[in-house]
Write a protein that binds this ligand. Structure first.
Ligand code: COA
Length: 145
């Protein structure tokens, strides 16, 4: 399978593809949609996509913090492409980017249902379960350095 991992800008054509993917995989199944305020948060973030022939298949977003930790969020793979290692490849590429840019830790608010995906990537559960977008989550983190 030929794929390309790249970053893209807020409001670029690739970003619009990513939003469709995020909406289909992360919001619609919960009966939710993105608010303006939520999307505004994307403006200063780093957006990653895995593309096959210019079509996005997987995406994630990185949010910088000022304590050496990078937050990974909005991790989604189209349902027909799940379970083929693409989410892992994209996450590892994002971890490498964060490390190269001086971040020592990656963290995320992982859906409990997806926590095994992060455990397999070497993340650890930090603290108690909490609710976000109406479903159970764990904070998970991985030391990069
Ligand atoms: C979770 C998700 C991003 C994983 O991406 P993926 O490309 O399907 O995962 P991979 O093929 O790289 O899987 C890597 C490992 O994690 C496991 N895994 C993947 N998705 C999982 C899930 N939802 N629950 C439990 N384990 C999972 C796989 O079994 C695999 O293990 P293996 O190497 O022993 O076979 C993707 O399935 C997805 O978009 N799911 C729906 C949205 C979602 O839950 N996003 C995460 C929000 S925190």
């Amino acid at each position: 399978m030929n794929y390309e991992i790249k970053t893209f800008n807020y409001h670029s054509p690739e970003y619009k593809q990513a939003l469709q993917l995020r909406d289909k995989i992360l919001r619609k199944p919960l009966g939710l949609q993105f608010s303006e305020a939520e999307l505004k948060k994307d403006e200063h973030d780093i957006h990653f996509g895995l593309f096959e022939e210019e079509k996005i298949v997987a995406c994630l977003t990185l949010t910088k913090t000022d304590n050496g930790k990078m937050k990974m969020r909005q991790v989604a793979v189209y349902d027909t492409a799940q379970g083929k290692g693409l989410g892992s490849k994209l996450s590892v590429a994002a971890e490498e980017y964060a490390k190269e840019n001086g971040y020592h830790t990656m963290f995320c608010h992982a859906r409990k249902a997806a926590s095994n995906f992060y455990l397999k990537l070497g993340y650890k559960i930090i603290g108690d379960e909490f609710t976000e977008v109406n479903i159970p989550h764990y904070e998970m983190e991985k030391r990069l350095a």
